[in-house]
Structures are given as C-alpha cells and as structure tokens.
Write a protein that binds this ligand. Structure first.
Ligand SMILES: [Fe+2]
Ligand SMILES: [Fe+2]
Length: 204
C-alpha cells in the first residue's frame, strides 16, 4: 500500500519495489552512492552557509550521511559487493534542471541557495518514502535485519527533510516564499517520479 508523505504529491509505483527487490545488490550499490552524494551536498551547502548555526547544522548532517555510507558499505562487504563508480543520477540532475527552468527571470544568490535546500529536502522526502516501502517489503520477505536498517533510515530521512526545509526558510528569510517554491518544485518532482520508478536504484 503506497501513500503520499511529507511534501510529495505523488506516491512511488509498486513496480519500483518489485524492481528493487529483484536486484537488491544494484539497489544497495546505488544507495551507497546516494549517501556519498548526500554528505558531499551537505558540505557543499555548508560552504555557502549564511551563518554559523547553518554551517554547524550542515556539518552534523554531513557526518550523519557519512555514517550511513559506512553502514551501507558494511552491507556491501557482507554481500561481497564492490562499490564501483557512481551510476548516472538522472533524478537529481533533472531536479536541478527543473529548478533552473522554473525561474525564468534568473535566480538571485538567495534564490539559488533556497532551491538547493529545497531540492535536498525533496530528495530526502523521496528517499524517506521509498525506504518505508523497502523496509515493509523486506520484512515480508523475512529479511528482518535489513528491514530494521531501512526502518531506521526512514526515520532519519524524515528528519533530514525537516532540517533542510527549515534551512531553506532561513536562506530566503520567508516561510511563505519557501512553502510556495517547495510546492512548485514538488509538483515537478511528482511528474518526474511518475516517469521513473522501474529501476533498482533509490531514485530511479
Ligand atoms: Fe542518509
Ligand atoms: Fe538523508
């Protein structure tokens, strides 16, 4: 049973869970790369932080994402899998392209930072939704330990969504502007999600 959560406007299709379970190895390898990207993105945002508190929150987020990376890396090790090079990330690239396209008048530095936080928040929200689906499906298959791991990550992603959204509000200095822009980007993300959904990758 899929349901729409957080800021998302469209639920992931059941075909995604099937694809993920059919090729759990590929899913885990892609997941490891997602954690690397989440950590590097948090640090990249920290270098653009507008105050010390923002920088500290992003440093803490980066540390947590590195911890997740290590955990997924351990799982790859247990399964005898190699990390390899990062797979193409159509989802994140498309989200960035959408953010450009939907600001026809160009973006100020504050709006660029706002968009980066909101795209990060959307990615966390989608990961959160999919980790819930994955945890439930794994538990049904009797893979309790891996299900517990994805349960834990589901909770983290919901929290990360909130952290990044709150930072987006700080970046633009207006709850209303952040909320409106998130709604606009979430509609586009929903359409993107509807086009994807058949691959054994976290966002594919
Ligand atoms: Fe993570
Ligand atoms: Fe995260």
């Amino acid at each position: 049973m899929t349901r729409v959560m957080l800021c998302l406007v469209q639920a992931t299709a059941p075909s995604w869970v099937e694809a993920a379970l059919q090729n759990l190895d590929a899913l885990l390898i892609d997941h490891a790369h997602c954690e690397i990207k989440a950590a590097t993105n948090a640090l990249s945002l920290a270098s653009r932080a507008t105050d010390r508190k923002m920088a500290e929150q992003l440093a803490a987020l980066a540390e947590e994402e590195v911890q997740h990376f290590r955990q997924v890396l351990d799982e790859l090790g247990r399964r005898g899998l190699r990390l390899g090079l990062p797979p193409a990330d159509t989802y994140a690239a498309e989200l960035r392209a959408i953010a450009h396209r939907t600001r026809s008048g160009g973006r100020s530095p504050r709006e660029t930072l706002l968009d980066r936080f909101l795209i990060g928040a959307l990615i966390e929200a989608r990961s959160c939704e999919r980790f819930r689906l994955l945890a439930d499906a794994l538990r049904e298959r009797g893979e309790g330990k891996l299900a517990d791991f994805y349960d834990e990550l589901f909770t983290c992603e919901a929290r990360h969504y909130r952290v990044l959204y709150d930072l987006a509000v700080d970046a633009i200095g207006s709850e209303e502007l952040a909320r409106e822009r998130l709604a606009e980007l979430a509609r586009e993300e929903g359409a993107l999600n509807a086009r994807l959904g058949g691959e054994a990758s976290v966002h594919g």
